[in-house]
Write a protein that binds this ligand. Sequence first.
Ligand code: ATP
Length: 375
Amino acid sequence: HSPRPLSQTDPFIRVENVSKSFGTFQAVKDVSLTIEKGEIFALLGGSGCGKTTLLRMLAGFEDPSAGRIFIDGQDMTGVPPWARPVHMMFQSYALFPHMTVERNVGYGLQHEAMTAAERRDRVREMLELVQLAPYAGRKPHQISGGQRQRVALARALARAPKLLLLDEPLAALDKKLREQTQFELMNIQDKTGVTFIVVTHDQDEAMTLSNRIAVMDKGQVRQVGTPTDVYEYPASRFVAGFIGAITFFEGVVESLGDTARIAVPDFAGPQATGTVQARPTAGLKPGQKVTLAIRPEKFSISRHRPEGPNVLAGVVRDLGYFGKDSLYRVALPSGGLVSVHAVNARRAGEAERVADWEDAVWLSFDPSAAILLGE
Ligand code: ATP
C-alpha cells in the first residue's frame, strides 16, 4: 500500500467497496464513492443506516472489514487518525469547559511547529473567520449553543485539515439557529476551501448545505447526487420517500412514446379517465408495473375542473395555512390521500387559501412533474 501520486483525474477521496462488520452484523455494505476537493458532501440516512460508521472509517477510528479508502491519493489502510489529513468534529463539540474560547481554539495547535506569536495569530484568524473575536476571553458556558458550535469549528479548522468530518454538526441547535448556522457553515467552507463531509439524518439540512448527497439505507448507498438530482430524479421509491414529501400511485404502463400513458386505478372514476400522462423514463416496458410519484408542490389545486390531462377529483381532508402557502391533504374516492402544497392567492393584499375543509377540489399536474419508478 505505497502512496501514489494524485493524477488530474483522481478524486480527492475514493471509497472503494468498503464494508464494515461488527461480529455478524454488517453496518456498512460495499460502499463506493468519490468526493471532489472543496465539496460539501452529505451522508444522509435514518438512524442506524451506517453513516457514522462510514465517517469513522474516513477518520481512521474504525478499520474497514473490506475495501479501501484513499484520501488525497494515499491509501489510508493502516494509517492512524492522527497521521491523516483529516479532522473530525464531534456532535458534542468536546470543548474544554475550564478554558477560554481562545485557548480552546489554540488547543489543537499545541503540537504544531509554531512560535507562540504564530499560534496567537492563527487563533485570531480563526476566531475572525467564525466571527467570535469579541468572545475570545469567555468560557464555553458563557456563550450560546451556536457560538459553541463555531468555537468547535474554529478549533477544527485551526490545523488547516484538508478534510473536515462533521457528525451531526447542527443537531444541538434549535430550528432557527440551525438554519442560520447552515449558511454560516457554507460561508466558512467557501472561504477556507476545506472539503467537508457532513453526517446528518435531516434531509433539509443535507439539501441546504451540500453540493452532493449520498442517501444511505441499511448500510448501503442508495443514490448519490446533487440536491436537485435526489429531489427531482430519485432513483428509487426509498429515495423519493426519504427526501421530502411525496405521494405514490401504483399503475401499469399502457403505452410509451413522447409521453408515457399509465393506467392508475386512483385516477379512475366518473370524472377522470384512469390514465395518467407522464414523461417516459428509460427501461420501461408496456404492461410493466410502475410507481408514479408526485411532489406536493407539483399539483395545482382548484375548485373548478381544469383543462388538460392528469386531473383528479377529491375532498380536502386536512389543511395547514402558512400565510404565503397552504398544505392540503386531499382524500380521493379510492380512499388514497394526496399531499398538496400550494401558494395562496392574494386578495386585497391578504393571502387566501384556494379551498377549505371538506371542499370538493380538482387536482392536476403537468406530465413532466410525474416521476416514474419502475421497481
Ligand atoms: P445514528 O444516526 O443513529 O447515529 P448511523 O447511521 O450513524 O445512526 P451507525 O452509528 O453507523 O449508524 O451504526 C450502524 C449500525 O451499526 C447500527 O445498527 C449500530 O448499532 C451498529 N454499530 C455501530 N457501531 C458498532 C459497534 N462498535 N459494535 C457493534 N455494532 C455497532
